[in-house]
Design a protein around this ligand. Structure first.
Ligand SMILES: Cc1cc2nc3c(=O)[nH]c(=O)nc-3n(C[C@H](O)[C@H](O)[C@H](O)COP(=O)(O)OP(=O)(O)OC[C@H]3O[C@@H](n4cnc5c(N)ncnc54)[C@H](O)[C@@H]3O)c2cc1C
Length: 186
């Protein structure tokens, strides 16, 4: 999280927060970083952190991941999600999901990408069986490289994909996993 505290032109104090990784990195380097030292006493609060629990159960954090492999309703059922998770693991990435499969109870809400889920900006986003509804796209469209796998050549996800594969995600996911495992083992 990036935070800024200060005075705007009206003289009133303001506080701005921006979720990390939601914008692509600026190549211009135009911004100026102003570091302020804050009196330690001012930072003291009454809250005590007793425990930090990882919601992703120790796997790669979705919002921090460089690689995300996400599943949609095209995977047909929760029993096929291991095909997607295996590919994510082979690429040392995180598992993501469309809202349709969260609503269907196939996976937890913490994996949801999109308007009412998480906003992500990885180097590589692989969308498997995801149609590309606008509410999903707003959460991932700034990803550097987007690979989409969909049976329907007219699926909207192909409009924003860097690379598209028209085919069955149930066959393509394990084939990619096999290929990446072999390549990355070399
Ligand atoms: C207020 C609001 C907020 C929302 N927020 C979100 C959000 O945060 N995130 C989100 O994702 N959605 C969100 N939605 C829902 C969104 O509109 C879509 O319904 C949802 O994204 C669709 O998910 P999907 O792509 O998995 O399913 P579908 O739209 O059903 O698409 C499934 C796709 O899989 C393809 N397919 C089928 N079989 C195969 C196969 N064997 N191999 C490959 N492809 C196959 C189909 O061609 C299709 O394109 C929101 C909607 C509303 C109204």
């Amino acid at each position: 999280m990036i935070a800024q505290v200060g005075n705007n032109s009206t003289g009133k104090p303001f506080f701005v927060t921006v979720r990390g990784k939601i914008y692509a990195e600026s190549k211009e380097g135009a911004g100026e970083v102003v570091e302020e030292s804050v009196d330690g006493a001012a930072l003291e609060g009454r809250m005590v952190v007793k425990e930090v629990k990882s919601e992703s159960g120790g796997s790669v954090n979705l919002t921090e991941a460089d690689v995300i492999v996400a599943a949609g309703r095209g995977l047909k059922g929760a029993e096929n999600l291991p095909l997607v998770k295996d590919l994510a693991q082979a690429l040392k990435g995180a598992f993501g999901a469309s809202r349709a499969i969260v609503d269907a109870g196939w996976t937890e809400y913490s994996n949801q990408v999109g308007q009412t889920g998480k906003t992500v900006n990885p180097k590589l986003y692989i969308a498997l069986g995801i149609s590309g509804a606008i509410q999903h796209l707003v959460g991932m469209q700034t990803s550097k490289t987007i690979v989409a796998v969909n049976k329907d050549k007219d699926a909207p996800i192909f409009n924003i994909a860097s690379y598209g594969i028209v085919g069955d995600a149930l066959e393509i996911a394990p084939a990619l996993t096999k290929k990446f495992k072999a390549e990355l083992a070399d």
